[in-house]
Design a protein around this ligand. Sequence first.
Ligand code: UDP
Length: 332
Amino acid sequence: MPPKKPSVASRRPAPAQPVSVVTGGAGFLGSHLVDVLLARGHRVVVIDNLITGSTDNIAHLAGHADFRFIKQDVTEYLYLPGKVDFVWHFASPASPIDYLELPIQTLKVGSLGTHKALGLAKAKGARFLITSTSEIYGDPLVHPQVESYWGNVNTIGPRGCYDESKRFAEALVMAYHRQHGIPTRMVRIFNTYGPRMRVNDGRVVPAFVSQALANKPITVFGDGSQTRSFCFADDLIKGIVRLMFCDKATAELPVNIGNPHEMTMLQFAEEIIRATGSKSRVVHKPLPQDDPKQRKPNIARAKSLLGWEPKVPLSEGLKPTIAYFRGKLGLA
Ligand code: UDP
């Protein structure tokens, strides 16, 4: 029989071409990472079960010779032929509404999914990076949050499924690093925004922007005095990529990546009204249980280890973000 012509999916990478596996690569942040990796010449395999991700985020990559998509739950055994150099474990629901609706999947992807992704890295001799979260600090009693702070989490509250799955994941990553010598990296992501966030994911950026664009009331939870600090997705991905490729001593320890520009949710609502030119007014809704009162990253470690700091101010990052939501809402 003549040899079968390799399809795009089974094409073997050139020996020097790095191969990256991105779990959650059809999600908001995962898909931005995939674009960056392809631009850097990687061959990229995305694994995503699409429960919160969307093929819309990767549709532009269809037919790309270096791109492959596998629809699979990352908590199930991951079999991939060939070499893998980097495993980027991004898969997880990431919005409070999502983890209220999907508490068990949230716990499973942080625990069993991290186990499978680490197993893949171990089998392939790959470097591994996990996206952890500022949520591991819970409702923080230390402000701004520094990596050495151990956090204040309600294990049985509505956010416990996310916070504890990521805390477990960090412990598992360190165990694989210590026991198996796997080169591992951990990024603690603070609030991030940008194109490809789901319009209805319930997080404050899509909620306020879509309300403002429709001139509907802006739903501020509680009195709006709680704070967050918003990082533009491109800035965040640059920091994460630097961390994966960082070879310095202590690079295996967690690194906060976020924008330290802190604001109250009332200030944020006003900023969104201004940026969209909206006629919306603020209305107050009950504050969800265990909503952290304040959040701001201390990024001294990212600066010294990676030479990274965010460059995009909120007013700039909001422009493409608002344009994206306009398109999604059919207002473009
Ligand atoms: N929030 C709000 N109105 C909304 C959605 C969220 O006031 O319609 C608040 C929420 O209570 C929290 C902040 O915005 O204090 C950020 O919420 P988000 O869901 O984006 O993520 P979190 O940072 O809480 O994980």
